[in-house]
Design a protein around this ligand. Structure first.
Ligand code: DX5
Ligand code: ZN
Length: 222
């Protein structure tokens, strides 16, 4: 599976998000990860569809939009129309998953579903064949800069094995607490898309941080 690094602009300077997007693009990122939080599904509030629309012209790589919002079906059209290239919704946030996935695909956008650390990954098996990506949260969603929760790692292997057994080349993304020190073993477990917020934005050089993460992920690649 192709390794992709998706820096999370949650750790960027919100006063100059356009420029921050440009910095990750020129630093060699594959995707720009945009964390949308509603203060309801998670105990934090970040940005909405107008901000996604505003940063779109500043990115020459796909926008990977992570919706941490309750009942995302209410706003899915806004995010599709904002220029998102991949949209992730949470399994725990809706009972309209089938409808949401179809809606995203109908407008030519990639669809992904995420599970929180304490949600088993097998809840997603009925949807796997129509998902472009699955996001396994490696921290409780809500804040950057947390430590990776170890018990989430076996879920990655379980999901990769399931995809292989079905002949699917589904992207498996991980999000939260990813560092140059742990990325190799997470890659080895079967993840191939890596979100990193603090590991990228707190580094002295964004380009160096991204290449270090990529090298670590490549070394564990399955
Ligand atoms: C957390 C967000 C993450 C966050 C990751 O709820 O979904 O994308 O920005 O930040 P780090 O890499 O600092 O854990
Ligand atoms: Zn995220």
């Amino acid at each position: 599976m192709k390794i992709k690094i998706s820096p999370s602009i949650l750790s960027a300077n919100f006063a100059c998000l356009g420029n921050e997007c440009r910095r990750v693009c020129s630093g060699g990122a594959d995707l720009v990860h945009v964390d949308v939080m509603d203060g309801c599904f998670v105990p934090n509030i970040t940005i909405g569809a107008p901000v996604v629309r505003s940063i779109k012209p500043y990115s020459n790589i796909p926008l990977d939009v992570h919706l941490m919002i309750d009942r995302p079906e209410r706003y899915i059209d806004d995010f599709i129309d904002s220029g998102a290239d991949i949209i992730t919704v949470h399994f725990e946030a809706t009972d309209k998953l089938d409808w949401i996935i179809d809606r995203i695909h109908a407008k030519g956008v990639k669809a992904s579903v995420s599970v929180k650390p304490n949600t088993n990954v097998d809840v997603l098996y009925p949807y796997l064949e129509k998902l472009d990506m699955v996001l396994i949260m490696t921290v409780e969603p809500g804040f950057g800069g947390q430590k990776l929760i170890e018990h989430t790692i076996p879920k990655i292997s379980e999901l990769r094995n399931k995809c292989v057994s079905l002949g699917l080349e589904t992207d498996i993304e991980v999000d939260g607490g990813i560092t140059p020190h742990n990325i190799s073993r997470i890659s080895k477990a079967g993840a191939n898309v890596f979100v990193a917020g603090s590991a990228v934005f707190k580094a002295e050089s964004i380009a160096d941080a991204i290449s270090q993460l990529r090298a670590g992920a490549e070394s564990g690649r399955i």
